[in-house]
Design a protein around this ligand. Structure first.
Ligand code: CMP
Length: 160
């Protein structure tokens, strides 16, 4: 017997197929020294895990000045650069590679706007950020940045 299929059913099936085949993406996150000092690591990582992100790389590490400068090379010369590098080398950071669908954009959404004063309540920075420097965590802002940052900190997890 031939079953009739409504057009809305067909659209729905297409959506399901599309969602199922959506490419997984990798992003780079870094939990900043002040957040580790405040005991926020579990809470921050949990926010991402509960939204379906999977941890591929995780390391507690004190950044050398050289690595911090490489991480933030695009900000070299800005008035906050020295202070940023000094803060990022003031204690351990947690470096993370996380995987998920549309991971780069979604991680930035979960993190919230760079300046905690502008970040929405419910976002990590909106809930825990103190000021623009002590803004809890860093999240890669583009495919190119994610690749560059993953390569810098996790050579074996290089994305193609
Ligand atoms: P992050 O996501 O780590 O990327 C670059 C960092 O520079 C940013 O978060 C802020 O912590 C910091 N930053 C950006 N703009 C300013 C600013 N105007 N003053 C101080 N720090 C800044």
């Amino acid at each position: 017997m031939r079953r009739s299929v409504s057009s809305s059913q067909r659209v729905n099936e297409r959506e399901v197929r599309r969602a199922g085949s959506m490419a997984k993406e990798r992003t780079f996150l870094m939990i900043k020294p002040g957040s580790i000092e405040r005991g926020l690591v579990g809470e921050i990582i949990g926010r991402f895990e509960k939204r379906g992100f999977r941890i591929l790389g995780l390391r507690l590490d004190e950044l050398s000045r050289e690595v911090a400068e490489a991480q933030y090379q695009e900000h070299r010369g800005k008035e906050f650069y020295e202070s940023l590098v000094s803060y990022m080398t003031s204690g351990p950071t947690v470096l993370l590679v996380m995987e998920g669908e549309d991971a780069i954009n979604r991680a930035r959404e979960i993190a919230g706007l760079t300046n905690p004063k502008e970040a929405k309540p419910g976002s990590v920075r909106g809930d825990y950020g103190l000021d623009i420097q002590r803004n809890v965590l860093h999240a890669a802002d583009s495919t190119a940045s994610a690749k560059r940052e993953i390569t810098l900190h996790f050579k074996d997890l290089l994305v193609t």
